[in-house]
Design a protein around this ligand. Structure first.
Ligand code: FES
Ligand SMILES: [Fe+2]
Length: 409
């Protein structure tokens, strides 16, 4: 038995670039990618701070003054709705001496008053008052640092880069996918955060492949045909497309999964069928909420969207899911699931919350376990990456994309 060390890089090349260069095509990532703090820092610099990330649905802060605090890696972002209804994202770092200005996880506030020396910021981030400062102090130059923020089909995205990747193609692709399901007018029915004792990439890699669905998700596999080999689901997919078309709905599947080299964000939307007779992603496949958007009937299909490094979306005709992956430390991350229903749907009258969330709750609890088992396994110095199966094609693609991103300054 051989111990597999972190591959040794030659002295002339950056050790992480050396590891990327030694990656074996068609295989999984080496142990260091999940365990090395230097690679985690590189992930944060080149994936997290370069790409767009969905924070959730704008419906979580419906009224002027509503805010919520989001913590990702070592950053804390205040998402707030200003008096004029616009949405702002800013870093929770006082421009005086750096204290956190917002100390509550969510709420409603016209102002954020720093608990240290009471500099006072409006809910759009601008500095309104700084006590006992010299007369010539320029308040306008000391607002909270703002992040790029965009809202598309109700989804709120932030980007920490100085010059963000082009958002327009993303907005268009979301319009032709989530837009058809009426997500702009959806409401958040439920949210659940799952802490996971694993590097964030183990969680994402698990999400993007369904090779594990058969063995790990018996409940999901009863209704979703995705885990079948491609040739077996082609017939189901064709029948689904016919039904969607008969409803007069066109949902564009488009593969723009690309590196950020040309200033574009990666986005891939695709559709797949549920088994015959299955309407929605629920325990027994029956509907769980009122139909959304342009849907007047069930088409027996699912639209799935992968966007950038951390955002994944699932659309059923009667509900939707936002799946966020949140890096915390090299060894820990979180997955947040957000369930969407039609904006006017009322719990108890139009949907039973337990039934709505049952399938993805069960599935995500199973995922958390298998991701953590994998984290224990890859922590072994004897771990050697194995070959990626044909059914894991999306994982292979994600790994290739990731390696390219972290290689490029
Ligand atoms: S650190 Fe915020 S007012 Fe001093
Ligand atoms: Fe899974």
């Amino acid at each position: 038995m051989t111990v597999v060390p972190f591959p040794q890089a030659s002295s002339e090349i950056d050790p992480i670039d050396g590891l990327v260069a030694s990656h074996r095509p068609g295989y999984g990532l080496a142990r260091a990618f999940y365990k090395d703090p230097a690679i985690y820092d590189r992930d944060m610099e080149r994936v997290f701070r370069r790409h767009w990330h969905c924070l959730g649905h704008a419906n979580i802060i419906p009224n002027p003054g509503d805010f919520e605090l989001f913590k990702i890696d070592s950053e804390a972002v205040i998402l707030s709705r200003a008096e004029d209804g616009t949405i702002h994202a800013m870093l929770n770092v006082c421009r005086h001496r750096g204290a956190e200005v917002c100390t509550k996880p969510k709420g409603n506030a016209k102002f954020f008053v720093c608990p240290y020396h009471a500099w006072t910021y409006s809910n759009d981030g601008s500095l309104r008052a700084a006590r006992l400062m010299p007369k010539d102090f320029d308040r306008s130059a000391h607002g909270l640092k703002k992040l790029h923020v965009r809202v598309a089909e109700g989804l709120v995205f932030i980007c920490l880069a100085e010059k963000p990747l082009d958002f327009e193609p993303i907005a268009e692709q979301l319009r032709t996918s989530c837009g058809q399901y009426g997500w702009a007018d959806a409401k958040v029915a439920y949210r659940q955060t799952y802490p996971v004792a694993a590097n964030w990439k183990l969680a994402v890699e698990n999400y993007v492949e369904c090779y594990h669905c058969g063995p790990a998700h018996p409940e999901y596999s009863k209704t979703h045909a995705l885990e079948q080999p491609l040739h077996m689901i082609e017939k189901l997919n064709a029948a689904m497309e016919e039904r969607t078309c008969a409803l007069g709905i066109e949902i564009v599947s488009a593969d723009n999964w690309q590196t950020s080299a040309k200033g574009q964000e990666a986005i891939h939307s695709f559709r797949y069928a549920l088994y015959d007779g299955v309407s929605s992603g629920s325990e027994d496949g029956s509907p769980v909420a009122p139909l959304m958007g342009r849907f007047t009937d069930y088409d027996g299909g699912v639209t799935s969207i992968h966007l950038g490094g951390t955002t994944f979306l699932v659309c059923y005709p009667d509900h939707g899911m936002i799946y966020r992956f949140i890096p915390k430390t090299v060894d820990t991350c979180e997955m947040e699931l957000i369930w969407l229903v039609r904006g006017d749907a009322e719990e108890g009258r139009d949907y039973d919350l337990e039934k709505l969330i049952w399938l993805w709750k069960v599935t995500t609890e199973e995922d958390k376990k298998i991701i953590e088992h994998t984290a224990h396994g890859v922590a072994s110095r004897y771990f050697e990456p194995g070959p990626i199966a044909p059914m894991e094609h999306n994982e292979l693609r994600y790994i290739g994309w990731y390696l390219d991103e972290i290689s490029r300054p």
